[in-house]
Write a protein that binds this ligand. Structure first.
Ligand SMILES: O=C1C[C@@H](O)[C@H](O)[C@@H](O)C1=O
Ligand SMILES: [Co+2]
Length: 302
């Protein structure tokens, strides 16, 4: 057995049709999307807004293409809404993912988030939680973690631009105030570098809690422009701040080395949302997959 075989590579549908801005890629169909990700060499997917929500129907489409469900995003509102609302929505999402065979549930706190606001400057206006909001967040996440355990699953928290958990200090606070047994972490290279964090530092510090990975690259000039112009997160995406690994400023060689050396077992999902009219999703999915193969450390016997 090799260290490499414990890692599976998936692709996110957001490059074909954007969940946050469905007008981007409206013309791309569900079957085109999953066929092209399989053709590009991926064996897993996350869930997009065009995917059938009935597990049996979805399984048939995916099995025909040898694709598994790696996970799917869940928006929590623990800081702004009664816990019961998040709990009910979470249970429905958990049960769907469980039926699809996924092991982890991506959770991101959207209370006060500006990530979906087209005109709000993402760097200047990102929320900063009060102490009492932090308490609601950490306690609520631990309960969601317990609910995930009922089905043998884990929650993986997604630090995200324009939200209350974005920076290294915020990730540290979240990790320090939640139990490693109940709250795991998602490592998204694109969000960390866009925010100005050091991805290797975060990976080394938290590798034992990282149970899901999103790979996206950053176009450095666009990231600088977004910051200088005080653009929103969504206008940054439209301008092309994100792209696939190998097409931007991030050197994924040392990142993959750290991942392999830590013995990571799970999915690495290439999730590179950009305008499909400017960046053909199949072409870019293939480009990202080929680059990963090139920089992946040599197979090592374990
Ligand atoms: O995991 C993610 C899900 C998307 O909806 C989000 O906006 C994207 O940037 C991301 O990292
Ligand atoms: Co992500």
């Amino acid at each position: 057995m090799t260290a490499e075989t414990k890692i599976k590579f998936g692709c996110a549908p957001i490059a074909w049709t954007n969940d946050d801005m469905p007008e981007l890629g409206r013309e791309n169909t569900f079957e085109q999307c999953i066929s092209e990700m399989a053709l590009a060499g991926y064996t897993g997917t996350e869930i997009g807004n065009k995917y059938p929500r009935d597990p049996e129907t979805l399984k048939k489409y995916l099995e025909l293409r040898n694709l598994q469900v790696a996970s799917a995003w869940f928006s929590s509102f623990l800081t702004t809404k009664p816990f019961e609302e998040t709990k009910q929505a979470f249970i429905e999402h958990r049960d769907f993912l469980h039926a699809m065979g996924a092991k982890v549930i991506v959770v991101s706190e959207q209370g006060h988030s500006v990530q979906g606001q087209m005109d709000t400057p993402v760097f200047k206006e990102k929320p900063v939680f009060t102490d009492s909001e932090w308490d609601k967040l950490t306690q609520g996440l631990e309960t969601l973690g317990e609910l995930a355990h009922e089905k043998g699953m884990e929650i993986v928290y997604h630090p995200h631009m324009g939200t209350g958990v974005q920076t290294t200090a915020e990730i540290d606070r979240l990790m320090e105030n939640t139990s490693p047994d109940k709250v795991s972490l998602l490592f998204d290279t694109g969000h960390l570098v866009f925010s100005g964090e050091d991805p290797i530092e975060i990976y080394r510090k938290y590798h034992s809690r990282i149970k899901h990975i999103h790979f996206k690259d950053i176009r450095e000039t666009v990231a600088k422009e977004v910051k200088d112009n005080q653009d929103s997160f969504l206008s940054g995406v439209k301008k092309g701040v994100f792209t696939v690994p190998g097409d931007g400023m991030i050197d994924f060689g040392p990142i993959l080395k750290a991942i392999v050396e830590s013995g990571y077992e799970g999915w690495i999902v290439v999730e590179a949302e950009q305008d499909p009219a400017k960046a053909n999703p199949f072409e870019y999915a293939l480009k990202g997959r080929k680059y990963i193969d090139q920089v992946m450390p040599q197979k090592q016997l374990v």
